[in-house]
Design a protein around this ligand. Structure first.
Ligand SMILES: Nc1nc2c(ncn2[C@@H]2O[C@H](COP(=O)(O)OP(=O)(O)OP(=O)(O)O)[C@@H](O)[C@H]2O)c(=O)[nH]1
Ligand SMILES: [Mg+2]
Length: 275
């Protein structure tokens, strides 16, 4: 088992690549320097994709809605239900909060399709993918926005491994992501530390300009590959991560994780060949 996720082994110098001696402290908001942000006004669309997440969906929306972004930033929350069958859909139908929009897919169309829907609906300059299962922290959203220089920054990814951290529950997941990240860097000339991370903040117009797949989870990997292939820079900051266990519903484990890894290599090949 890997190092326990909550509260250990995380880099303190957030926003800096390869911070080296990661102190045993979790990343906290006091390091934000939110007020230092020189950004002019920009809007962030927080995209929450949900499929059978009734335990966490309302918390995820409430937390995303409550985040205080750096000065000059506006925000909206877009929740996309991918035809959940566990009550998530009904919970979302009842959501009536200012700044929150709900989109309901007529059938399960794959996680990638939910993300594409979010970016299509986005009224912001930047879109940020925030998972509904709360494996990631809403508190990291302002930190990601603070890393943006509007007009210059194209993408900021939240990394779970920046600074040498190993905040995974399962060694297989950790090494699998390390391997897939290294291969993508090699093929597409990137310097990523965590290609599979959930929180990806990307300029909306750039996402819309890329031909992205709506199949299964392909977009998670296709997006960074296509950004790099098109010459865009992806910045990273260290973020917190609380992986759920298999007992808590984690899907990516065991043979499924191996099959997923093989599929990701196939996605890389397709992007390389121009697909
Ligand atoms: N699995 C799955 N997730 C979806 C789908 N549509 C939207 N999602 C959401 O996409 C987000 C990420 O999916 P997860 O299944 O947690 O992906 P993951 O974190 O890589 O895998 P886990 O290890 O299972 O947590 C969650 O908020 C899901 O609810 C879908 O069709 N399938
Ligand atoms: Mg998850």
């Amino acid at each position: 088992m890997m190092q326990e996720a909550r509260g250990k082994g995380q880099e303190t110098e957030a926003g800096k690549r390869g911070g080296g001696e990661a102190a045993n402290q979790r990343i906290t908001n006091h390091e934000l320097r939110v007020t230092d942000c020189k950004s002019p006004i920009a809007k962030l669309s927080i995209i929450i994709c949900a499929y059978n997440e009734r335990r966490t969906i309302l918390d995820a929306i409430a937390q995303a809605s409550a985040v205080a972004l750096p000065a000059g930033w506006d925000k909206e929350v877009i929740a996309v239900d991918n035809c959940s069958t566990d009550g998530t859909r009904e919970m979302l139908q009842a959501v009536d909060m200012p700044g929150v929009r709900v989109v309901l897919h007529p059938r399960n169309m794959g996680k990638s399709a939910s993300i594409l829907t979010g970016f299509r609906e986005a009224g912001g300059d930047y879109g940020l993918i925030f998972d509904a299962d709360l494996e990631y922290e809403a508190a990291d959203i302002p930190r990601m926005a603070a890393a943006v220089t509007p007009g210059e920054t194209v993408a900021v990814f939240g990394s779970r491994t920046l600074g040498g951290r190993k905040i995974y529950l399962y060694a297989q997941n950790y090494w699998g992501v390390r391997f897939l990240t290294a291969v993508a860097n090699l093929l597409f000339g990137g310097h990523l530390t965590d290609i599979a991370t959930g929180p990806k903040l990307v300029r909306v117009d750039v996402v819309r300009s890329l031909k992205l797949s709506s199949h299964e989870f392909d977009l998670d990997f296709e997006l960074p590959c296509k950004l790099l292939k098109n010459g865009y820079t992806i910045d990273e900051i260290a973020i917190n991560y609380h992986p759920r266990s298999v007992a808590q519903g984690k899907g990516l484990a065991g043979w499924k994780a191996v099959r997923t890894g093989l599929r990701v290599l196939w996605i890389y090949l397709k992007v390389l060949m121009g697909g």
